[in-house]
Design a protein around this ligand. Sequence first.
Ligand SMILES: Nc1ncnc2c1ncn2[C@@H]1O[C@H](COP(=O)(O)OP(=O)(O)OP(=O)(O)O)[C@@H](O)[C@H]1O
Ligand SMILES: [Mg+2]
Length: 314
Amino acid sequence: MTALRDEAARDRIRDDTGSTLFVDAGAGSGKTKSLIDRVTTLALVDGVSLRNIAAVTFTEKAGAELRDRLRANFETVWKDPGEGPEEDRARAAAALEDLDGAAIGTLHSFAQRILTRHPIEAGLPPLIEVLDEVGSSVAFDGRWSVMQRELLDDESLAQPVRLALAAGVRLEHLRSLARAFQSDWDLIEDRVLPGGPPTVTLPDVRRLFDDARDIAAREGECGDPDDKFLARLGALTAWADEYADADDAENQLAGLVAAQELTWSHGQRGKWPAGALEAIRGGCKEWQEQARQVLAQFTNATLRPLAYWVANQV
Ligand SMILES: Nc1ncnc2c1ncn2[C@@H]1O[C@H](COP(=O)(O)OP(=O)(O)OP(=O)(O)O)[C@@H](O)[C@H]1O
Ligand SMILES: [Mg+2]
C-alpha cells in the first residue's frame, strides 16, 4: 500500500505528545483514528493515566465510538503485547480499568464533570444535571407556557401585544424569539438589554392618505365611466375615507393591513389618455409598497418592547 501524502502529519499526531497540536481535517479523513492513536501513545508509551486525559467530542455518538475503539485497542495490546515490553501489557490493563471513568465524551459531559467536582467554586448546588436536547426542549416548553401567560397578563404590554397580533405576529413567533434568545443567552446582556426598555414610536401614516387621494383624483382622466379600473380607484378612495381619521394605533394598523388587500387589475388602456392607465397603476403599486413599508415599521415598533421583555425573561 502506498503511503498517504500526509503520513508525516499523522505520525506526528500519534507520536509527538509533547506538543500542542491543532488539526483541521475533513470528514472521514481519519480524525478519530488519529485521536485514538494519540491517546494510545499517551497511555501505553508515555505511561499517562487515563484519569489525566480528556478526549472531548461534539456528539454522544462520537464519544461512544471513541471509547469503544480505545477499548478495542487496549484489549488487543493486553491480550497480545507482541514485541512490546511486558510493561505495555500492564499499562493496557490499567487503561482498560480506568476507561469507564475517563473523561471521554461530549463537551457537555466534560463541563458537567468539572462543575460537579467543583460545585462550590462554580457557585452551583451540588447535584446539577445537564439536560440533553429532549430534556432541554421540554424544559423550554414549560418555561414558555409560564412566560406566555405573564406576557398576556402584563398590563404595560397590553398595547404592543394587541398591535403585534393585529399586525400578523403570532404567539408562535414570540416563542421562536424566546428560543433564539435562550440559545444565545450570553449575548443578551450586551446586545439587547442596554438602553433599557425601548419606547414605541409609531411611524407617521398621514402621507399615505394624501398620496392615495392624489392618485384616486386621476379618475377624472378616464373617458368611460364604466371602465373597470375606476372601481379600483373607488376602492382606494373608500380606503382613505375609512381610515384617514383613525388617530388610534389599532385603526391605523387596520388601515395598513387593509391597504395590502387592494388590487390594481382590469381597466382598458383605450379608455384613458395615452400612457395614463399604466402610469396610474404604477403609482398605485408604488403607493401600496410604501404602505407595506410603513406596516413593517409599525410591526417593528410594536415588537421591540415585546422582544425586550422576552429577552429579560429567558
Ligand atoms: N491512516 C489510515 N490508513 C488507512 N485507513 C485509515 C487511516 N486513518 C483512518 N482510516 C480508516 O478510515 C475510516 C475513517 O476514519 P475515522 O473514523 O478515524 O475518520 P474521521 O475523520 O474521524 O471520520 P468522521 O469525520 O466520520 O468522524 C476508518 O475506517 C478508519 O479505520
Ligand atoms: Mg470521527
